[in-house]
Design a protein around this ligand. Structure first.
Ligand SMILES: *Cc1c(COP(=O)(O)O)cnc(C)c1O
Length: 473
């Protein structure tokens, strides 16, 4: 029976009394006084609420030392960064929820250099006058895509919004019914079009769209013809679509611009790295597109950004839209993008220096060797809770790129050593423990097992060093 002494409200120490404890005095000095006061109040309020609800508290629940420790844990949890690094062992390289492209060291350096102090962000060092922040990337974007001009905004969704709002507000844009995409839940082309103030004219059918369908849709209110790269699905079977060249020719015969939302938009021919083919920005422009939009943090391997390349007069129009000001990039992102683009000057070692391409083209023998080194280490870490095996798997590029093509890879697969009916709970328990590590390890649960695709694991040491802290109890 609990003693009335330890569980009654009277036994709860006062806020002031707790704050006088040496441990909490020290904590106030390094974590901030108000934060500690708030957490002491929070902890004591919790205790009173539980007592008030008639809960029987364990002996010692109101001990000052135990309360101090609880407050210390609360403060530590608040001070820990919420946004932090994880190991992406999901098998999806460009994982939107896990931050997409990892940046090259050159990009990281460039970011910290400009973040530390003043920079010539919008200042022309030649003339000493006000400059244009796009100038830091425009020339390189043009070189790498063959475009006459280029501009950048916060992400590709913003690029599409700016483009449509500038060229097609209160006017119509025909798009094939086979290309009305939704990306990652929140980017839905019809909704972006509505928000951009333009009217979507659906043409053709889901599986087949012909030139005549587009030709019929063109009228006095048409502002542009648009093509959207169906990056996260494929329409297979009895299909027909208009390629860029024919759509561009049709648009130009009607003196309309043809615009393409390319999504991932690679700057190089990925097949040279043994990867599946993706349309390049250059080829899309060569096929006649007047403007192309694509992401900075997908196949390009840079920071989150939306890039628009194409005709100089249209780019100038986009830059005059006040929306551009609201969607512009900050200096650290611009610096990272500028440094990333410069890596493309030497395509021969790009796959080594640009982490995204390095991970995507990583030889399976290397991944397999890594799996063989890690298997015994991981088996020891999970003990008899699960059997750890090495299995072939297929990594996804992710971010809507090439949904059906996978890259041959190797996974460590954890199969719980429990009765079949309790596998689900055991898997959840294992996955939670790995997510609870100082650098959380994120895998994928499938076929009654927890899969860790090792393609994206480069810092093997950092992973193994923390396994002793795995809390499976
Ligand atoms: C990814 C993607 C987008 C959205 O790009 P964000 O950079 O995530 O804003 C838009 N269109 C297509 C075709 C895409 O693949």
């Amino acid at each position: 029976m609990p003693t009335s002494q330890t569980t009654s409200r009277a036994a709860i120490p006062s806020v002031d009394r707790l704050l006088q404890q040496p441990a909490l005095r020290q904590l106030q000095a390094h974590a901030g006084r108000q934060l500690v006061i708030d957490e002491v109040r929070g902890e004591l309020a919790d205790l009173r609420r539980r007592l008030g609800a008639g809960e029987r508290l364990a002996d010692g629940s109101t001990d000052e030392q135990i309360l101090c420790e609880r407050v210390e844990r609360r403060v530590a949890a608040l001070l820990q960064m919420s946004l932090r690094p994880v190991f992406n062992l999901t098998g999806t390289v460009l994982h939107t929820n896990l931050g997409r492209a990892p940046l090259a060291p050159e990009a990281l350096d460039a970011m910290t250099q400009v973040a530390r102090g003043a920079s010539n962000l919008e200042y022309d060092l030649g003339s000493g006058r006000r400059g244009d922040r796009d100038a830091h990337v425009e020339d390189w974007l043009c070189r790498l895509t063959g475009a006459d001009a280029a501009t950048v905004v916060n992400n590709n969704a913003a690029a599409v919004l700016l483009l449509l709002n500038t060229l097609a507000q209160r006017r119509e844009v025909p798009v094939s019914r086979g290309e009305l995409i939704e990306i990652g839940g929140s980017f839905r082309l019809p909704e972006i079009m509505r928000r951009a103030g333009c009217r979507l004219v659906e043409v053709g059918t889901t599986n087949r769209t012909h030139e005549a369908d587009f030709a019929e849709a063109i009228g006095p209110r048409t502002a542009a013809l648009m093509k959207v790269h169906t990056s996260n699905y494929v329409v297979q079977g009895f299909t027909a679509e208009l390629d860029e060249r024919r759509l561009a020719d049709l648009a130009h015969r009607h003196e309309l611009p043809m615009v393409v939302d390319l999504g991932a938009g690679s700057l190089i021919d990925l097949t040279t790295l043994g990867l599946p083919a993706e349309p390049t920005v250059r080829d899309t422009l060569l096929a006649g597109a007047d403007l192309v939009t694509f992401s900075g943090d997908k196949l390009l391997g840079g920071p989150q950004a939306g890039l628009i390349a194409g005709r100089a007069d249209l780019i100038a129009k986009l830059k005059r839209n006040p929306m551009k000001r609201a969607l512009r990039l900050d200096k650290t992102t611009l610096a990272a993008l500028a440094a990333t683009l410069r890596l493309y000057a030497r395509p021969e070692d790009l796959a080594e220096r640009l982490p995204t391409l390095r991970l995507l083209s990583r030889p399976v023998a290397e991944i397999r060797a890594l799996a063989e080194r890690l298997q015994p280490v991981l088996q020891q870490a999970v003990g008899d809770l699960a059997a750890v095996s090495i299995e072939p798997c297929g990594s996804q590029i992710g971010s809507g790129s090439l949904p059906i093509e996978t890259l041959t890879s190797t996974a460590l697969v954890l199969r719980p050593a429990t009765a079949k009916r309790r596998t689900g709970a055991a898997l959840k328990h294992l996955a939670t423990a790995f997510r609870g590590l100082p650098i959380p390890v994120i895998g994928r649960i499938a076929d009654d097992a927890l899969h860790f695709d090792l393609r994206c694991l480069e810092d093997e040491q950092a992973l193994t060093a923390q396994l002793a802290q795995l809390r499976l109890g």
